[in-house]
Design a protein around this ligand. Structure first.
Ligand code: ZN
Length: 93
């Protein structure tokens, strides 16, 4: 009877969780999902690297470029944190 949890299961979780997190963070930044997924799974320190990485491109709902200085800022930010320029609402209007 399986009234205990196999140690392999914990190893699986330890690899899986950072892998999924890394892939998710990479997806938000328009980066290579599979590559970061594997990297973070085996080297969770790369979660910090991808977290502080700038996006490669605008990702809808996550990151956009400042209309003034073209730095990447969060999608919903009204004021650019780099140059304090007010952002135009997305979707025209
Ligand atoms: Zn700016």
């Amino acid at each position: 009877m399986a009234d205990y949890v196999k140690p392999q299961f914990f190893v699986f979780l330890i690899v899986l969780i950072p892998g999924i997190l890394g892939g998710w963070l990479a997806a938000n930044r328009g980066r290579n999902i599979a590559g970061w997924c594997i990297l973070c799974a085996f080297f969770p320190i790369f979660l910090m690297v991808i977290y502080f990485h700038k996006p490669l491109k605008e990702v809808e709902g996550k990151f956009k470029r400042c209309s003034s200085c073209h730095e990447f800022i969060k999608w919903r930010e009204d004021i650019c944190k780099y140059c304090n320029a007010a952002q135009h609402p997305i979707g025209g209007g």
